[in-house]
Design a protein around this ligand. Structure first.
Ligand code: FE
Ligand code: FE
Ligand code: ZN
Length: 280
């Protein structure tokens, strides 16, 4: 099994261009924002561009592409206009993903802005139940969060509660972001097996569909969200070696959201991770 690993790539120049960029750094997958990360509208799909991306997927050069919702999307907001944007953008993205050769759609569950996590979770499931449908082909991923501010998803039990309230739970999975969960207090550097056991007990490892690999600029349990290059933060390279070679994780798709001076520098991180796999 070849490691499935890729960077976050901009689709500003189209999907085919994004695919070429990903391949150029030794990736066999990539993540992209479905629209400007700060929200806004989307351009119409260009059928030729979509076809070129589909060719890369059909040939096996790329697998498990991950679309990321804009991070301003907040289903748990108390502002009805904010929730309405979330509802419309999410539904529109899901419809486009039926056309794109992309099976995973990740989003940040949201921030309850003082209403309390239970109220926030109720608002999230309410919208998910409106915008998802029974035979959709995309799996929606709840991203585990660091717990900054009033973020929901800092605790595996909050992810579980969203899944429990979802009508189409068979189409819902989880994306674990290493920076976020380490910052939230899950010690993947010192006790990876214990964290995975807890995840399995609370959510179920069958729900784990992707991981974001990021080191953290801030200390363990800081509840901050500051990504760092692998090996240059508080998590450390040894932890990433253990993650990408772990029997329960090594077949999952991994995505880098690390800060790089130049896009080309992703090649170095990808090469290091692929070497861990070969040594194993
Ligand atoms: Fe994210
Ligand atoms: Fe992430
Ligand atoms: Zn983050």
């Amino acid at each position: 099994m070849t490691l499935i690993i890729g960077p976050h790539v901009s689709i500003a120049g189209g999907y085919a261009r994004a695919a070429e960029e990903a391949l150029s750094v030794g990736a066999n997958t990539f993540q992209f924002f479905t629209r400007n990360p700060r929200g806004g509208s989307v351009r119409a799909l260009n059928p030729k561009d979509v076809e070129a991306l589909r060719d890369q997927v059909d040939s096996g050069a790329l697998v498990s592409l991950l679309a990321h919702a804009p991070y301003t999307l907040n289903m748990a907001s108390k502002n009805p206009d904010t929730r309405d944007f979330a509802r419309r953008a999410f539904r529109e993205d899901l419809e486009r993903l039926e056309i794109l050769p992309c099976s995973l759609y990740n989003f940040h569950p949201g921030s309850h802005v003082g209403q309390g996590a239970d109220t926030g979770i109720g608002l999230i499931t309410e919208i998910l139940n409106e915008v998802m449908w029974e035979d959709q082909t995309t799996t929606v991923l709840l991203e585990a969060m660091s717990g900054k501010g009033s973020e929901i998803g800092r605790d595996f039990s909050e992810l579980r509660a969203i899944i429990d309230g979802a009508q189409y739970a068979e189409h819902i999975g989880v994306c674990l972001d290493t920076c976020h969960i380490f910052s939230a207090g899950y010690d993947i550097a010192g006790h990876l097996d214990a964290v995975l056991e807890e995840f399995d007990r609370v959510v179920g490892l069958n729900r784990l569909k992707a991981l974001h690999l990021n080191d953290s600029k801030t200390p363990f349990h800081s509840n901050k969200d500051r990504h760092e290059r692998l090996g240059e933060g508080s998590i450390g390279m040894e932890a990433f070696k253990n993650i990408v070679t772990h029997p329960l994780l090594r077949d999952k798709p991994f995505f880098l959201e690390t800060p790089q001076k130049d896009f080309k520098d992703y090649a170095e991180e990808i090469a290091i991770l692929r070497a861990f796999e070969r040594e194993d």
